[in-house]
Design a protein. Structure first.
Ligand SMILES: Cc1cc2nc3c(=O)[nH]c(=O)nc-3n(C[C@H](O)[C@H](O)[C@H](O)COP(=O)(O)O)c2cc1C
Ligand code: SF4
Ligand code: SF4
Ligand code: FES
Lengths: 642, 194
């Protein structure tokens, strides 16, 4: 690979890559992101390669393992280029048929195309599937077209031209000005204006400065950053080098969690390739700018994603937050000016430089510009990664893109912002997503996690769940966080177990208030959010648990009892056979009764009772009716009487 | 060093750049309670009992005075309803662990803290880190440290080091605001193979 020494040489190399015959030929694009690999993508890729070879098509048709397509729920995802026919949940056994029918015969394999779960309506192109149709994929869109291990793939789509523009056609101050003008805000947590942070570092005294990628991504269930780093590592690198130039930094760090081996692998390859082409190293593109990048693997604690803890970890010490009344942009790693941004923030930078701040600000709301990637998980039909313009309503994200709630259940709340985010109720579904909009309702953008909850979810238990997570993940250094979370968790656990007392809510509120004021880092200061937001919107659920020992969602085990309605039971014996604790007294033609003292509340009977009977119910906050007299339990079947 | 003028509880203070609000307060005899602070050690900011209100540029914030650097025209209030509430709850939280600490008991009286507000879980240590930091920063021995994180965090002597080094030193013992250190040391000795 030749070293590229000027923008002119870059353009020449890019043209050559573009003109190579095999770039124009039809290609099978198979998602090789972690999600699809887990559902068997590697085998599917191998099957395609073998089958294409077997059928003598290798000269005409290419294959490529790409970055994450986002629709992980229905993976492995396969897209046939250039027609963009999209097949979902493809297995190696499907491959011969796809090759003969679609690649050769241009005929669609109906059973592999998307079919809407509710309407059954089919869509054979990625762009027609509702999940994709309603997105605007500026950042993750290229994943689909790129082999993350190939810098040429990235360059063919215009990769590194933004770097060339920044270094050779713009001054560092102009680059900074463009980022400021774009109003780009941090995608990793607080939504801090990126340009302002860069400027602070640029103006800070000191010759040695750093720029850092935060790829710690510790939120359970979130994998936006993994997909970007894994699927398009060069976009992050290019952003980082541009940032280094604008800030006046000589070195970049990527702090990536150990649990992301594929992201680390693809990133290392990307750094190697970028160095060979001369996008990293000395005198980049003949501009006189020198820049190198080091990868730091994190131990994976959630708190290590916090800026001061992350920087302490880069210094080689235990990743604990340190008190900072001076911004890390001024005094960060080894007390030197250090700009830390999230993966997605960096990946937006080349787009802004290449297309201009005015292009970027077309999308979004007044104060939140551009797009945002969200990971949709929980009680939702289309789990996966979605990228939509800021300002899209929660309703559109959940129902149009996400396809709504499965099993005909009712939507109850969406939790945004990661473990210390908040829950937003149904009445606020028309909220437009944006940093300030989400904060205003007591939640936050965080890094873009969205957990959808349906009517069977107990909101007190949700708060308990997140505080349980945070009790483990707090570093334990400061009192209001360590002790505040510990006590909040105890009280919440008691409430869900029917041991709530008058005064608990007030005690929780005080603990929350003090943690919010006094904790050393943002983990502790935001830890009460899951409690505060559920209390704000679902106070009656707290009161029902405490006062009436009732769980309105019929979910808290200690507060519910299973009961067989004698008027509905047909003595089919399904439940009594499957009850693991032998707690169901029944028998042929005898109405079944649950012996409450034996019942472990596993819920098996509730699930297995045939829906045409629906005899098993849950009771909460009221006594279980006594069993009916023995003689009334005998069922006489009409058919037998005849 | 340039001189910095500001007020603490409406008293004028002259401080030098680089000082913390706590140091400046001490210099004019204004008392701010502390539990994890020690003059010879790097500021740590863990107990949060030293929090005060500061007003700069029309914005009021609540900050740890042992860390917050002085700046011109700062307005500092060491007591207020919010500050007193924060201190009271912090004391109540710590009393759940170290009910016999004399220092906590005195603070509890001052701030009206309820000794039994939260379920007791005596582990005695309040994680001020004085012992750990004293050993590391002053004695340079690192004979004890914190293990684990979050609610499970606790101090621990390295038994072998404790047996070799600590018997003749024990300087950290008197720093402990509870009596936890002594107990932990005895335990480490018992476990030590030496
Ligand atoms: C407990 C905690 C965990 C965090 N984890 C992450 C993380 O995994 N990734 C991330 O980008 N930011 C994380 N942040 C936010 C960072 O501290 C920091 O604000 C962010 O990386 C700055 O980048 P941005 O301005 O591009 O968002 C975390 C913050 C806290 C308090
Ligand atoms: S707020 Fe929590 S995570 Fe942050 S320093 Fe304090 S104990 Fe550690
Ligand atoms: S043992 Fe004592 S000195 Fe050491 S951290 Fe615990 S409370 Fe502080
Ligand atoms: S003395 Fe300031 S936090 Fe402990």
């Amino acid at each position: 690979m030749p070293r590229i020494n000027s923008p002119g040489e870059l353009e020449a190399v890019r043209r050559e890559i573009e003109s190579q015959a095999d770039r124009a030929k039809p290609c099978v694009l198979i998602c090789a992101g972690s999600g699809c690999i887990a559902s068997g993508a590697a085998e599917v890729i191998a099957a395609f390669r073998a089958e294409i070879e077997n059928q003598g098509l290798a000269v005409d048709i290419g294959t490529k393992g790409t970055g994450c397509h986002g629709f992980c729920e229905r993976g492995p995802v396969v897209v046939l280029y250039p027609e963009e026919i999209c097949y979902l949940q493809v297995k190696p056994e499907d491959v011969p048929e796809i090759v003969s029918k679609t690649l050769k015969g241009k005929e669609i394999v109906e059973r592999l195309v998307y079919a809407d779960r509710a309407t059954g309506e089919k869509a054979s192109r990625e762009s027609e599937i509702p999940f994709y149709k309603n997105q605007q994929r500026h950042v993750i869109g290229s994943n689909v077209r790129i082999d993350p291990k190939s810098i040429e793939d990235y360059m063919a789509l215009g990769g590194y031209t933004a770097l060339s523009k920044a270094l050779c056609d713009m001054t560092a101050v102009e680059v900074l000005g463009e980022i400021k003008k774009s109003n780009l805000r941090g995608r990793g947590g607080g939504g801090f204006p990126t340009g302002r942070k860069w400027e602070e570092s640029r103006n800070a005294p000191g010759d040695i400065k750093y720029v850092i990628v935060n790829a710690d991504e510790g939120d359970p269930g979130a994998y936006m950053d993994r997909s970007v780093l894994e699927g398009n590592p060069h976009s992050v690198l290019e952003g980082l080098i541009i940032g280094g130039w604008a800030v006046g930094a000589c070195q970049g760090f990527v702090y990536v969690r150990q649990e992301y081996p594929l992201a680390v692998e693809n990133l290392m390859i990307a750094i190697e390739q970028a160095t060979e082409y001369g996008f990293l190293g000395q005198n980049i593109l003949g501009s006189g700018f020198d820049f190198k990048v080091t990868v730091h693997r994190g131990a994976g604690a959630f708190v290590c994603g916090e800026s001061s803890a992350l920087m302490t970890a880069i210094e080689g010490k235990a990743g604990e937050p340190r008190p900072k009344y001076i911004h890390t942009a001024i005094k960060g790693v080894w007390d030197r000016p250090s700009v830390l941004n999230n993966v997605e923030t960096w990946a937006n930078v080349p787009l802004i430089i290449a297309r201009g701040a005015d292009w970027f600000t077309q999308f979004g709301t007044e104060k939140s510009k551009g797009t945002k990637i969200f990971s949709l998980v929980g009680k939702i039909n289309n789990t996966g990664l979605v990228e939509v313009p800021m300002g899209t309503t929660l309703r559109d994200i959940i129902f149009k893109v996400g396809g709504g709630i499965p099993g005909g259940r009712k939507f109850k709340a969406v939790q945004t912002g990661g473990p210390s985010g908040g829950c937003i109720p149904e009445s606020m579904l028309d909220l437009e997503v944006g940093f300030d909009e989400l904060s205003k309702v007591g939640s936050m953008m965080g890094s873009g996690g969205m957990i959808i909850m349906d009517e069977d979810t107990c909101m007190v238990d949700v708060a308990r769940y997140f505080l349980d997570f945070l009790a483990d993940e707090s570093c334990g250094k400061c009192v209001p966080c360590r002790e505040g979370i510990r006590q909040m968790l105890k009280i919440l656990t008691n409430i869900t177990q029917g041991k709530g007392k008058e005064g608990d809510i007030e005690r929780l509120e005080e603990l929350a208030e003090v943690a919010g004021y006094a904790a050393l880092c943002a983990l502790g200061r935001t830890a009460p959010n899951p409690f505060l937001s559920t209390l704000k919107y679902f106070r009656e659920e707290y009161e029902a648990h405490i006062r009436d020992k009732k769980c309105p969602a019929l979910s808290c085990k200690e507060l519910i009892a299973y009961y067989i309605d004698p008027n509905k039971c047909r003595a089919c014996m399904t439940c009594s056979k499957q009850c693991p604790s032998n707690a169901i007294d029944g028998g042929k033609n005898r109405i079944h009764v649950i012996e409450q003292d034996k019942c472990t509340k596993c819920g098996t009977c509730f699930e297995v009772c045939p829906s045409r009977f629906g005899a098993v119910t849950k009771i909460s906050g009221a006594p279980v009716p006594p069993p009916i007299p023995e003689e009334a339990r005998i069922i006489t079947r009409e058919s037998k009487q005849k | 060093m340039s001189e910095i003028l500001f007020t603490i509880d409406a008293k004028e203070v002259k401080a030098t750049e680089g000082m913390t609000v706590l140091e400046a307060a001490k210099s004019i005899g204004v008392f701010i309670p502390t539990l994890c602070h020690h003059e010879k050690l790097e500021p740590y900011g863990a107990c949060r009992i030293c929090m005060v209100e500061v007003e700069t540029g029309g914005r009021t914030r609540i900050v740890a005075s042992c860390l917050y650097p002085v700046e011109p025209n700062l307005v500092v209030r060491t007591r207020s309803q919010t500050i007193d509430k924060i201190r009271r709850v912090l004391i109540e939280e710590m009393l759940a662990h170290a009910p016999d600490s004399v220092q906590l008991d005195e603070l509890a009286k001052e701030y009206g803290a309820d000794r039994d507000r939260f379920e007791k879980e005596p582990s005695f240590c309040i994680h001020c880190g004085l012992c750990v930091r004293y050993c590391a920063e002053i004695k340079k021995k690192n004979a004890l440290g914190f293990i684990d994180r979050g609610a499970r965090r606790e101090i621990s002597f390295i038994p072998k080091l404790a047996a070799e080094e600590c018997w003749n030193c024990k300087e950290c013992f008197e720093l402990c605001p509870t009596s936890a250190l002594q107990a932990a040391y005895v335990l480490a000795q018992a476990l030590s193979p030496v």
